[in-house]
Write a protein that binds this ligand. Structure first.
Ligand code: CTP
Length: 408
């Protein structure tokens, strides 16, 4: 999982590197976000070294790729822990205040597991305003990893010590295994991604510009909700290291067809996002073809099998099939026809007209259409966020109500 660790300015910040180390050891990828005060207690270098990633601290730093890093980070993270959480960050979060990198990120981190490990002096912890804020945050679904009782940095003894890093890691593991956060646990989902390459000879092929980013984002979004993912990927430079994603690499449409039709019967759903070549050369030379002179060269192409339509004809009761469509005119009507013709449950209409959508870029804008004509059009979002929306609106129990009347 991708875990964001938020660190605020309390003495317990010295335990944050140990927490990060334990999370990395447990197989998570970690990114740290610190308040400026936290860096009075623990250094940037320590946090970057233990996490293996750059630290996010300054909302307006010139080194940020863009000033909306809090938005890209909230897409990146599957869960978030704030440890230590001071009375100040708890108060800001409870009041909806975002005035630095961490508090701004917290405000945008919704619908995903968020834990806080408070640490403060006993009187501060018992202060009615702090207790009210804690109770309010708990009521919104944020989990408090209760502080322990013991010696405090101020020389007194009482409640307010931050929970030990081991306890925080266990609390996160418990939270991540909760059914509510893992609605797809026990489900296997097939995803196709990337382009296909259709060989002409030993050194040339017919391909397309698909990078596989949308399909890989879908695989991550599914795995983050507990699904086992069968990812069938065409040639792509993208990597996955998520244990819940079982990846099969293929090259041609026919190889993708063979894998997808083999895997589909064991899956409860399939999302076909690959940009499959509709045609392939009839003959493939096993050597490099020589130039053929002035009269040019003719390649005779034959049609590839339609993977999506085949899965549509194989589909059994209880299986959900989702396809993608790239249309240039009469987009919605054509997509709806494609949905019916291929026996799909949903079709995701990709926009080619909007800047920022399509091949290669990190963002996308889609319309998700269901069998009964309901639809949802997304704003321009990161591909991971689009993936989350597709999963939420097509595969989760609440999906039935989420497409009707274009609800958000
Ligand atoms: N697809 C597939 N196998 C193919 C071609 C397409 O599984 N041989 C899938 C894609 O993964 C995508 C969907 O079909 O989910 C839509 O592909 P698209 O090219 O838009 O539609 P086509 O059915 O090929 O129709 P047309 O090109 O005529 O619009």
């Amino acid at each position: 999982m991708r875990i964001i660790v938020g660190i605020t300015g309390g003495i317990a910040a010295y335990k944050a590197p140990q927490l990060v180390r334990l999370l990395v050891k447990a197989g998570h990828e970690v990114r740290c976000v610190a308040t400026p005060h936290a860096l009075e207690f623990v250094t940037r270098l320590t946090l970057e070294t233990v996490s293996g990633n750059s630290l996010y601290c300054d909302l307006f730093a010139q080194t940020n790729n863009h000033t909306t890093e809090h938005i890209s980070l909230k897409d990146w993270g599957d869960a978030m822990i704030v440890a230590p959480a001071t009375a100040n960050i708890i108060g800001k979060m409870a009041s909806g205040i975002g005035d630095d990198a961490l508090s701004t990120l917290l405000l945008s981190f919704s619908r995903k597991p968020l834990l806080m490990a408070p640490a403060m002096n006993t009187q501060m912890w018992e202060c009615p305003a702090v207790q009210r804020n804690v109770a309010y945050l708990v009521s919104t679904g944020i989990e408090m990893v209760e502080p322990g009782t013991g010696d405090l940095a101020c020389g007194t003894t009482g409640k307010g010590r931050m929970a030990e890093p081991e306890e925080i890691v266990q609390a996160l593991a418990r939270r991540l295994s909760r059914a509510a956060d893992m609605p797809l646990r026990g489900k296997r989902v097939l995803v196709t991604a990337g382009p296909t390459y259709e060989r002409i000879d030993s050194v040339r092929f017919i391909g397309n510009y698909s990078t596989g980013k949308m399909g890989f984002a879908l695989a991550e979004a599914l795995a983050a909700r507990g699904a086992e993912v069968e990812l069938v990927a065409g040639p792509t430079a993208l990597k996955t290291d998520n244990a819940a994603i079982h990846r099969t690499d293929v090259e041609s449409a026919r190889e993708m067809y063979a894998e997808a039709t083999r895997l589909f019967p064991g899956c409860t759903a399939a999302i076909l996002s690959a940009a499959v070549a509709d045609y392939r050369p009839e003959h493939t030379a096993d050597h490099k073809l020589k130039k053929q002179g002035d009269e040019g060269m003719t390649l005779h192409l034959v049609q590839n099998p339609d993977i999506l339509a085949t899965l549509g004809s194989m589909k059994q009761e209880g299986q959900t099939l989702i396809g993608f469509a790239l249309e240039t005119d009469n987009e919605q009507a054509n997509a709806q026809r494609k949905l019916e013709r291929k026996n799909l449950d949903y079709i995701v209409l990709n926009s080619l007209r909007d800047a920022g959508a399509g091949f290669g870029v990190d963002t996308n804008l889609v319309t998700i259409m269901s069998r009964n004509g309901d639809s949802y059009t997304s704003p321009l979002m990161s591909k991971r966020e689009v993936a989350d929306e597709i999963v939420r609106r097509c595969l989760l129990p609440e999906s039935a109500t989420l497409l009707a009347n274009n609800e958000v």
